[in-house]
Design a protein. Structure first.
Lengths: 161, 513
């Protein structure tokens, strides 16, 4: 079985740890325990009739101009950029931030995920979409388990490209 | 030889390219997790996928990784070095350092979210406050408008009752008219109170800041009460202490209102005995003085609970009292608001069946220049300047015209009445007047439009003083009338005396010039 290293990055508190917990353990907690450094979880997924062992790096969230250490990306096959739909500052500068991560990691593509869908109305979500000049891959809720599986499936697919 | 203590803070392991442990080189940190010929990925999952990608013969550092051993989590920094056939993995235990980072980080993020929550709550609060303010404002505006609409006809009624009184009447009718006057005046007090209260609430109340004599206010009170107070069971006293400054800056009308409200309240609740009004100095500095106005009575007093609520809106002491109370119980809340607006303070002391004392403390600036006296000399006029003057009056309100007519007739003026602006314009084309009185809201041609044509009059009327009669009497309104050319404004409703004084004032000036 092949193993693939993937990273979840984005602003602090957007729900990276929560998405991973939901995906790996099917759990959710309202508490916010900020991640320090890196925590690696694994889960085996099937993708195009192939089994992949995903090595999921839950990276500490960044703030403002903070950068994810370049060393973390060594050997990574894909990355998911998570933002919080309910917090404008986590998506205002998306284009720039994605570019920085592409430069650091050498990855060509990333899965773009807007989390905490449960906190917004459909109309508000449309408004957020209009503010973002990029294609959002998935709109998720770790809390209500919406599109979490799909987000990771997409991430797994990307590791094969 | 490495000291045994440091040994526990690191471990150095050598593995092959696929992560199998080949040798424990040095150190003892979580040593039992590293077994020769087993995969290092079990305890170091972060090395899977990473080792393969390591560049050859380049030291590589990865900070902030996590190792779990015996259910304990350790934060570690990793130094890697890939040689031709093995990888050196040096693991530093940094748990102690990261513990602090963790705390700092957590606090930072918690603070952030807390701040966000507060911001949002504040936004919500602000929104709610705006809604409440708006509601309150429209309420005040509505009340002010209502009172306005009520005050005008009410004044007409009162003025007519005054006129009727002067006719030859039967005993019966005299009594009827008396009751009519009392009720009318009571109603006027209520309406005036509501208007005042809503003005204060809407922040529309403007206090004058002119040189005033507190002594004069007391004299005026004494005179007025002497004339109107007929209840022999209650004696009224008025006292001013000698050290009161002659002139201070303030609003005498409002101070008068505060004092009469308090005195009336005391009279109302004193079946027998006295009501005493005293003014004294609390503290005096070079140009500042704090004055105490004390109104005490020997009335029936109040309980503590009643006293604590006395300044609230719509409170009237609910003890049974066979006498009809004047007003809607708004008087004291107006007192409170007026005094507060004057930066002062009002309090009450009371004992049931012994009496009540109201204490009003107000700070004033002292008028050291005595500008008041100079001003008064100019304004106090002797003589009748109205007599024989040609006065043009334009007003579409029949009742107003009647009242003005009554006054002008008594003052022996030579007057002409018109019913709108167009008629007034025609009259002015024909002859010259000494004074023109214009209602503002008239059909066909309003007073405002009319005065704009004043400059174009080719006869002497272009120099005649024009006076606006209007119920729009906020400060802004009055200023705007002056700015479009009116020489004076008579606010409606007016008393005959106010009307006469104003006319005398204007006519005396035009005589001089
Ligand atoms: N309502 C809602 N809350 C969520 C969701 N996902 C995460 N949260 C909450 O958001 C907070 C932060 O979640 P984490 O998963 O710790 O966020 P993170 O991105 O890992 O944060 P860092 O580790 O500091 O970078 C927690 O209180 C979660 O309960 C979601 O989908 N809906
Ligand atoms: Mg996290």
């Amino acid at each position: 079985m092949i193993a693939k290293k993937v990273l979840l990055v984005g602003n602090f508190g957007v729900g990276k740890t929560s998405l991973i917990r939901r995906f790996v353990l099917n759990e959710f907690s309202e508490d916010y325990i900020s991640t320090i450094g890196v925590r690696v979880s694994t889960k085996v997924v099937s993708c195009n009739d192939e089994k992949i062992k995903l090595l999921i790096w839950d990276v500490a969230g960044t703030k403002d101009d903070e950068k994810v250490p370049k060393a973390y990306f060594l050997g990574a096959s894909a990355a998911m950029y998570v933002f919080d739909l309910s917090r404008e500052e986590t998506y205002l500068n998306l284009q720039n931030q994605l570019q920085v991560i592409k430069d650091l990691s050498g990855l060509q593509k990333m899965v773009l995920v807007g989390n905490k869908k449960d906190l917004l109305t459909a109309q508000e979500i449309d408004e957020v979409k209009n503010k973002i000049p990029l294609q959002i891959d998935l709109i998720t809720s770790a809390k209500e388990d919406e599109n979490v599986e799909d987000a990771f499936t997409q991430l797994a697919k990307q590791t094969l490209k | 030889m490495i000291s045994s203590k440091i040994n526990h803070f690191f471990i150095e392991v050598a593995t092959d390219y696929s992560g199998n442990v080949k040798e424990i080189v040095a150190g003892k940190f979580v040593k039992k997790e590293f077994v020769i010929n087993t995969s290092i990925f079990t305890v170091c999952p972060f090395l899977e996928g990473t080792l393969e990608a390591l560049p050859i013969k380049e030291p590589f550092l990865i900070e902030g990784m996590l190792i779990i051993s015996s259910d304990k989590e350790y934060n570690v920094d990793i130094e890697l070095f890939k040689d031709n056939d093995f990888v050196s993995v040096l693991i530093h235990n940094r748990t102690n350092v990261y513990k602090f980072v963790d705390q700092l980080n957590q606090s930072r993020n918690d603070l952030f979210f807390l701040k966000r929550e507060i911001d949002e709550k504040n936004k919500e609060l602000k929104r709610l406050r705006e809604i409440a303010d708006k509601a309150n404002e429209s309420k005040s505006r509505f009340l002010a408008m209502m009172s306005h609409e009520v005050r005008n006809p009410l004044n007409v009624i009162l003025n007519y009752t005054d006129l009727i009184k002067k006719e030859n009447l039967s005993e019966k009718v005299i009594n009827y008219v008396k009751y009519l006057t009392i009720s009318g005046k009571n109603l006027k007090v209520i309406v005036d109170d509501i208007l005042d209260l809503s003005r204060v609430e809407a922040g529309k109340l403007e206090l004058a800041n002119e040189p005033i004599s507190l002594q004069n206010i007391i004299e005026q009170l004494r005179n007025n009460y002497n004339a109107s107070h007929t209840n022999k069971e209650i004696e009224l006293f008025f006292n001013t202490s000698k050290d009161i400054p002659e002139f201070v800056f303030g609003d005498d009308v409002r101070i008068y209102q505060v004092l009469t409200n308090l005195i009336n309240n005391s009279i109302k609740f004193t079946p027998k005995g006295f009501v005493k009004t005293e003014i004294s100095v609390i503290k005096k500095e070079k140009n500042k003085v704090e004055i105490l106005f004390k109104i005490s009575d020997s009335g029936r007093g109040m309980t503590k609970v009643q006293a604590s609520k006395i300044f609230e809106e719509y409170q009237q002491n609910k003890l049974s009292d066979s006498r009809i109370h004047k007003g809607a119980g708004l008087g004291l809340s107006i007192v409170k608001r007026l005094v507060t607006a004057m930066q002062g303070n009002v309090s009450v002391e009371s004992k049931v069946n012994e009496g009540t004392t109201f204490l009003v403390e107000i700070p004033f600036l002292i008028d050291t220049q005595n500008t008041f006296r100079k001003k008064e000399k100019i304004e106090k006029l002797e003589g009748n300047f109205i007599k024989g003057k040609k006065i043009l009056v334009a007003d579409d309100n029949f009742l107003n015209l009647k009242i003005v007519e009554h006054i002008l007739k008594k003052e022996e003026a030579n007057y002409l009445f018109t019913r709108d602006g167009v008629e007034a314009l025609l009259a002015m084309k024909k002859e010259n007047f000494d004074l023109v009185l214009l209602d503002i809201n008239m059909p066909n041609l309003s007073g405002e439009e009319l005065i704009k044509q004043k400059k174009t009059f080719d006869n002497n009327n272009s120099r005649t003083p024009f006076v606006a009669m209007t119920a729009n009497n906020t400060k802004e309104d009055i200023e705007s009338y002056f700015s479009i050319g009116f020489d004076a404004v008579i606010p409606k409703p007016f008393t005959p005396k106010q009307f006469i004084d104003k006319l005398n004032n204007i006519l005396s000036k035009s005589v001089k010039s």
